[in-house]
Design a protein around this ligand. Structure first.
Ligand code: GRF
Length: 222
């Protein structure tokens, strides 16, 4: 973000009430914790109103419960009763959620949610989209494919979410070196550290400027 925009964004953030976000997780929740920390120390003018997961026992949900952050399960387990896509949207809206952040959520987002939060839903993907994205490209599979390809760089991508896996408009990317001898675990650790930074950075811009970054079609490098 350039100087004048940064000043404008900060001025807006100082006067705006905290935006309410929903964070979706399926795993340990390190991105959730990084986002929460950035909200707590004022880098992101927002608060986590609710955490949504398909795995009620995952680390991200446990962590949220310990802090009294409301949690929802979506989708329910096969054969069990639970929230429908319309219920999910209704719950988020009732909680006042303005933005949705997908932080390692491994289920396809229902079209109802895409429509309700068009230009207001972001995902962090652990590779440089449009490469190494799409169905099946998640978690370790991504980093293994990067190493196998011989790519010299990788890094996280933050992008808007639409109804196709990893196809929404790219908002920001950071790169890390993939050095000779690095394996998928090494690349994953290196990318994850950058995910924490770039997702908080974009969430800050989103909270400060609202829908503007969604409409601007910008590819901002941060
Ligand atoms: C991250 O690598 C994220 O990019 C991917 O899943 C992982 C989640 O990690 N989609 P965590 O649960 O935030 O620690």
């Amino acid at each position: 973000m350039r100087g004048a925009r940064r000043v404008a964004a900060r001025a807006t953030a100082e006067t705006k009430p905290k935006g309410k976000v929903a964070v979706f997780v399926s795993g340990g929740g390190s991105n959730l914790r990084a986002l929460h920390a950035a909200m707590e120390d004022g880098r992101v003018n927002a608060q986590v109103a609710v955490v949504v997961s398909n795995i009620p026992s995952c680390g991200g949900v446990e962590w949220s419960k310990e802090r009294g952050i409301p949690t929802l399960t979506y989708p329910p387990k096969k054969g069990e009763e639970g929230l429908t896509p319309d219920d999910l949207v209704a719950e988020l809206q009732a909680a006042g959620v303005e933005y949705v952040l997908l932080a390692g959520y491994l289920r396809l987002i229902p079209p109802q949610l895409c429509r309700a939060y068009e230009d207001k839903m972001l995902n962090v993907h652990p590779a440089l989209l449009p490469a190494f994205g799409g169905k099946g490209m998640h978690g370790h599979h991504v980093h293994e494919a990067v190493v196998a390809s011989g790519a010299r760089f990788s890094g996280p991508t933050v992008h808007f979410v639409n109804e196709e896996f990893d196809k929404g408009k790219i908002v920001a990317q950071r790169h890390v070196d993939v050095k000779p001898g690095m394996d998928a675990d090494d690349v994953a650790a290196s990318v994850l550290a950058e995910e924490h930074l770039v997702f908080a950075h974009v969430a800050a811009a989103q909270a400060a400027t609202g829908v503007e970054i969604g409409r601007a079609s910008c590819r901002e490098r941060v």
